[in-house]
Design a protein around this ligand. Structure first.
Ligand SMILES: *[C@@H]1O[C@H](CO)[C@@H](O)[C@H](O)[C@H]1NC(C)=O
Ligand SMILES: *[C@@H]1O[C@H](CO)[C@@H](O)[C@H](O)[C@H]1NC(C)=O
Ligand SMILES: *[C@@H]1O[C@H](CO)[C@@H](O)[C@H](O)[C@H]1NC(C)=O
Ligand SMILES: *[C@@H]1O[C@H](CO)[C@@H](O)[C@H](O)[C@H]1NC(C)=O
Ligand SMILES: *[C@@H]1O[C@H](CO)[C@@H](O)[C@H](O)[C@H]1NC(C)=O
Ligand SMILES: *[C@@H]1O[C@H](CO)[C@@H](O)[C@H](O)[C@H]1NC(C)=O
Ligand SMILES: *[C@@H]1O[C@H](CO)[C@@H](O)[C@H](O)[C@H]1NC(C)=O
Ligand SMILES: *[C@@H]1O[C@H](CO)[C@@H](O)[C@H](O)[C@H]1NC(C)=O
Ligand SMILES: *[C@@H]1O[C@H](CO)[C@@H](O)[C@H](O)[C@H]1NC(C)=O
Ligand SMILES: *[C@@H]1O[C@H](CO)[C@@H](O)[C@H](O)[C@H]1NC(C)=O
Ligand SMILES: *[C@@H]1O[C@H](CO)[C@@H](O)[C@H](O)[C@H]1NC(C)=O
Length: 560
């Protein structure tokens, strides 16, 4: 299923993603077919993607019900540089790129040299597609065709303030997504919980003949890591989480409304301040003070809210788009997560739109990707977009409390979010909104405590201003996991990977290879500058939505 490229592109839209899921799989091996791999409960590895080994691991579809059937987890291994019987071999190291719904297979295939340089060459680096996702089967895929998915998403408001009926439409769509899932994917929809994925991680580790997990998880991957540590505290080998969500709130179904945006405005201010400091031409929307830069962007948002701009491009598919407030705020929300690579192309797109040219703003946007669904005619079915259709079953289904809301209750929840940041207009529709109609509860539930002694202390990483996972969450989770240490990376953006810090990279390397934790209170500076350096034209042509990770750029510069 899902041969359409857009399935992967749209993973960009996922809400809590770090580095690698923000990239399309460019090294897809056309001569390799996952379905040709025999799934098995032991690890039967076959060569794939040039230098990797692949396997499909059979696990229970529901750990709580042995008669519910099986699932097969797709995993890719970047082999360690030492043999398994070498005393220096450190076992498998699992990675999750976030989302939820991001493909760990794609992430590891795409970033293998980076992982080897930062995490160490004595591990087998393992990327796996969490159950329901990517190459794992059965798939969370509710649409019978891309055209049907387009019909569902075309009227879906990506800006809850777009019109008086936007919020109502979000709530109505949430109920429809639930109906679709019940009609076409009930068993898989109730089987994709984070606790079930945590159990899969133990199964993968055991398939390598080990009892203790080594794991690095960013963004949503922090919820997965914390869940594992809570459920299996005695099976923690090395566990680092980065760009940390508040897992207590996650399971109460209110993380996104309560405090995910806490530092979003501070992150935005960093970008505006960097613009003023960089001056023209490095920052194309330069004004004398950060407040004036902000006013300039806000003015554009207000202008296109009242008067959306038509964008016609005869060679694009489809050849038409409209640049409106939802588009600009959506792109702003992306840029605030990836300011080091994204701020300059965004500023250039602002200038173009001020002149009446909306094409650069449209490039790479969620709107453009959704509109392009009809170019997926050859996609196999059932079809998943990899947007809220994959996120909602995981985010909403994880909640131990009912998330269904009346329109009035949804309005209150949305207003509370707006009080934290105006970026909520674009954040609500892609995070909490879809839960307002979701009735399906996960079968495998969270079981354990986030206050526990783990068999090895956790490394917990947070940025000074992370717009989706404020650093307060890192401290909150750390207070529960005995002996864990918070490393603060003094940068802006979502997860430490948004900007490069040699200090953070070395700390990760020392933790995984030597078991060394940084001293409590460690602050790592970043070597990246927002608006610093030359325009990355490659990034620009790839579109704003591509969050260029700080890691590959930083390692290239550092010669690693
Ligand atoms: C899958 O297996 C079949 C049967 O062994 C083989 O003919 C086909 O070439 C394989 N496809 C790929 C892409 O490996
Ligand atoms: C692994 O599983 C396969 C298929 O289930 C089986 O043929 C093989 O003997 C197993 N290998 C080991 C070492 O258990
Ligand atoms: C377990 O799964 C089977 C097959 O779907 C189902 O018939 C049965 O009711 C389930 N049992 C429980 C306790 O949910
Ligand atoms: C691991 O082995 C590969 C291939 O032999 C080599 O290119 C790479 O530099 C090695 N990495 C480390 C960290 O030793
Ligand atoms: C028009 O679309 C084509 C195809 O997507 C793209 O390569 C080109 O850059 C676009 N033109 C402008 C002005 O954005
Ligand atoms: C969104 O709409 C509400 C009223 O519906 C209004 O109070 C709020 O200021 C608007 N916010 C933004 C950022 O447009
Ligand atoms: C929760 O974990 C405990 C200890 O591992 C176990 O005894 C219990 O059965 C688990 N409960 C559920 C619902 O999985
Ligand atoms: C962790 O271990 C310490 C020392 O053994 C003990 O005092 C404490 O109660 C334990 N904490 C938890 C949450 O189990
Ligand atoms: C962590 O967050 C939860 C949920 O917001 C809160 O109840 C708890 O008091 C926090 N713990 C600490 C130590 O701040
Ligand atoms: C973080 O970096 C800023 C400059 O970018 C600096 O002013 C500030 O002191 C740094 N904070 C810490 C805690 O190192
Ligand atoms: C490795 O660990 C030892 C003992 O904990 C420590 O003394 C040493 O500094 C560590 N080395 C590195 C490179 O972190």
């Amino acid at each position: 299923m899902r041969s359409c490229n857009l399935t992967h592109s749209l993973v960009l839209a996922l809400c809590l993603t770090g580095l690698a899921s923000a990239r399309t799989l460019t090294r897809r091996d056309a001569t390799f077919d996952w379905m040709n791999l025999t799934a098995s409960t032991n690890l039967t590895l076959s060569p794939c993607y040039d230098i990797f080994q692949c396997a499909r691991l059979t696990v229970p579809l529901q750990y709580s019900n042995a008669s519910a059937g099986e699932a097969e987890i797709a995993l890719v291994v970047l082999p360690a540089n030492v043999s398994h019987d070498d005393p220096a071999y450190l076992g498998p190291l699992l990675f999750n790129p976030g989302g939820p719904g991001g493909s760990g297979v794609d992430a590891v295939v795409e970033n293998a040299p980076v992982f080897q340089a930062v995490l160490g060459a004595n591990f087998d680096v393992v990327g796996f597609d969490p159950r329901g996702v990517g190459h794992s089967t059965p798939a969370l895929a509710f649409f019978e065709s891309p055209a049907e998915a387009l019909a569902f998403f075309a009227p879906y408001p990506l800006d809850a303030n777009e019109s008086a009926s936007s919020l109502g439409r979000i709530v109505a769509s949430a109920h429809l997504l639930d109906d679709l899932a019940r009609a076409r994917g009930g068993a898989i929809a109730e089987s994709v919980s984070t606790p079930a994925v945590a159990r899969d991680m133990l199964a993968i580790t055991r398939a390598f003949g080990r009892e203790k997990l080594s794991y690095y998880g960013v963004s949503y991957g922090s919820v997965l890591g914390a869940t594992f540590a809570a459920m299996f505290p005695d099976n923690v080998g090395r566990l680092a989480i980065d760009g940390v969500a508040n897992a207590h709130e996650w399971y109460q179904g209110d993380y996104f409304t309560k405090d995910s945006l806490t530092d979003a405005d501070a992150a935005l201010e960093d970008i505006y301040a960097a613009c003023t400091a960089a001056g023209p031409p490095a920052c194309p929307i330069f004004e004398r003070t950060p407040a004036l830069v902000r006013a300039r962007v806000d003015r554009l948002v207000a202008r296109v809210r009242a008067a959306p701009v038509p964008v016609f491009n005869a060679s694009a598919a489809p050849p038409f788009a409209v640049a409106d407030a939802a588009l600009v705020v959506g792109q702003l929300l992306n840029v605030v997560g990836a300011p080091y690579g994204g701020a300059r192309p965004f500023a250039e797109a602002v200038v173009a739109l001020e002149r009446g040219d909306g094409a650069p703003m449209v490039a790479g946007s969620t709107q453009a990707l959704l509109a392009g669904l009809d170019t997926c005619a050859a996609a196999s079915v059932p079809f998943a977009v990899g947007f809220i259709d994959v996120e909602a079953p995981i985010i909403c289904g994880d909640s131990v409390v009912d998330t269904v809301k009346t329109l009035e209750e949804a309005g209150k929840e949305y207003e509370a979010m707006l009080e934290i940041s105006d970026l909520a207009t674009a954040w609500y529709p892609t995070t909490q909104g879809p839960c307002t109609g979701w009735t399906i509860r996960a079968k495998d539930r969270m079981n354990g405590s986030f206050e526990t002694n783990t068999s090895f202390p956790l490394l917990i990483i947070g940025n000074t201003h992370d717009p989706r996972t404020p650093i307060a969450n890192a401290h909150n989770m750390s207070s529960g996991f005995a002996g864990s240490v918070v490393l603060q990376q003094n940068s802006t953006g979502h997860t430490s990977q948004a900007g490069f810090s040699a200090c953070t990279a070395l700390a990760l390397n020392a933790y995984f290879n030597n078991g060394t934790l940084p001293a409590p209170g460690t602050v790592c500076q970043t070597e990246d500058e927002i608006f610093g350096g030359a325009t990355d034209s490659a990034l620009r042509t790839r579109g704003l939505k591509r969050r260029d990770s700080g890691w590959p750029r930083g390692l290239r510069r550092a010669g690693l």
